[in-house]
Design a protein around this ligand. Structure first.
Ligand SMILES: *[C@@H]1O[C@H](CO)[C@@H](O)[C@H](O)[C@H]1NC(C)=O
Ligand SMILES: [Zn+2]
Ligand SMILES: [Zn+2]
Length: 404
């Protein structure tokens, strides 16, 4: 639970929260799917947070409605190349003023100064994220005008301190945090979590390990609790009777109580939970993130391989459902059924599948083969989940509406 801030109402509230899939391929990109990256747009202030940043993410951003200059944070799930080869070029694009970070300033020197004033781009990821970015930028002699900072989520087996590289920081790199796990004694999985790695007035982010072939992290974005709709007629007669100022309504809307002169106590409006979005990386078992992701409005879960007899023309004849699941798991990945079961377990409202094998094409619905394969994958997940499933395509945007 993020700490409640009394000034939450003074900031612009989030309207739309949407997700744009920039890349939905697994290891190999194809003509219809690029490497992993996903943009979360926080309507209202319009900030964009990227989750993973595979090769060509910068190009994909340019082709989408996502604004380069609005990218404020990048969350890396794990350091496999298909999830982070795009981070060097992306930072170069965002931090050299070419990405529209600072608009309307033609003068190069003034623009450079304006970029220096901006908050640094914050990057989160497991150990190695900082070392990788530093080497990419240093060895390619990349000059940046803006600053960046890398916060690493350290696992218990990792060294708790240090940069994990002997290279000196890039001139534009600020000192980041190395965040250790919190251990909840109630946790049955034996894994810790990283609580509230980011908190502001509107949203907070927590993370937990998810099991893959290398250290991997899932992220959960929580919208701060929202005030209920106020019914002024509950309050106005009392305020008038006491000749108290109408501005009390704003205080009550913030959830604070007010005691009037005649002793009447007006109870501030209650709060309802905000939206929750769980974005997982590659995994064959995400159970350590169960406590954080319970009741997610949207779960993004990988579904790398599927058993599709009669639908997938390239399926091996000797395959069985169990065989495919076993092979998929042994490579650190999930099937649509595994994703569906997990969505059901955490009582997610909706499930979006991504990270598909190059065999499962992501063209539009005019391609009959990809339409029937993706339809079959969706059905496999839906059968286990019992709720709505979306198979992500590159450049697809889905909204996360407020339902509570
Ligand atoms: C993948 O990215 C490249 C570079 O932007 C682009 O040419 C290609 O069309 C993209 N593929 C898809 C499916 O968006
Ligand atoms: Zn991957
Ligand atoms: Zn991976």
């Amino acid at each position: 639970m993020p700490p409640t801030r009394t000034n939450a109402m003074s900031t612009i509230a989030l309207q739309n929260i949407s997700i744009t899939f920039l890349g939905t391929a697994s290891a190999q990109p194809s003509s219809s799917r690029n490497h992993s990256a996903l943009a979360l747009t926080l309507g209202g202030r319009g900030d964009v947070w990227l989750f993973d940043c595979g090769e060509a993410t910068q190009h994909q951003v340019q082709k989408s409605d996502v604004k380069m200059g609005k990218i404020k944070k990048v969350f890396i799930t794990h350091t496999h190349g298909d999830h982070m080869f795009g981070i060097g070029p992306l930072l170069a694009g965002c931090l050299n003023g070419m990405g529209g970070t600072v608009e309307g300033i033609e003068d190069k020197r003034l623009r450079a100064e304006a970029i220096q004033e901006l908050d640094p781009i914050e990057i989160y990821g497991p150990i190695g994220t900082r070392a990788y970015i530093r080497s990419v930028l240093l060895y390619t002699h990349t000059r940046l005008e803006g600053r960046y900072v890398v916060h690493e989520l350290r696992f218990p087996k990792d060294p708790p301190h240090g940069d994990f590289t002997s290279l000196p920081p890039h001139r534009c790199e600020l000192e980041g945090r190395n965040i250790l796990q919190n251990f909840d004694p109630q946790s049955s999985s034996g894994h810790g979590v990283w609580n509230d790695i980011h908190v502001d007035d509107l949203v907070s982010v927590s993370a937990a390990p998810i099991l893959h072939s290398v250290a991997c992290v899932g992220y959960v974005v929580n919208e701060a609790p929202l005030p209920e709709k106020m019914n002024p007629s509950d309050y106005v007669p009392h305020i008038k009777r006491n000749k108290a100022p109408m501005s009390h309504l704003q205080t009550l809307q913030r959830g604070e109580d007010i005691t009037l002169e005649d002793g009447t106590v007006l109870k501030g409006v209650g709060k309802r939970p905000g939206r929750k979005i769980a974005i997982l990386g590659d995994t064959y078992d995400p159970s350590p993130i169960i406590p954080l992701s319970q009741g997610a409005d949207l779960l993004v879960h990988e579904a790398t391989n599927a058993y599709l007899p009669g639908v997938d023309p390239h399926a091996h004849e000797e395959d069985t459902e169990e065989g495919v699941e076993k092979r998929t798991k042994s490579r650190g990945h999930s099937t649509p059924q595994m994703a569906g079961r997990f969505a059901k377990l955490i009582r997610a409202r909706r499930l979006a599948l991504n990270h598909f094998s190059a065999r499962y094409k992501g063209d539009d619905d005019t391609n009959e083969e990809s339409k029937s394969i993706m339809g079959a994958i969706r059905e496999l997940a839906e059968k286990e989940f019992g709720g709505e499933v979306v198979c992500a395509r590159d450049l697809m945007t889905i909204n996360v509406p407020r339902v509570k």
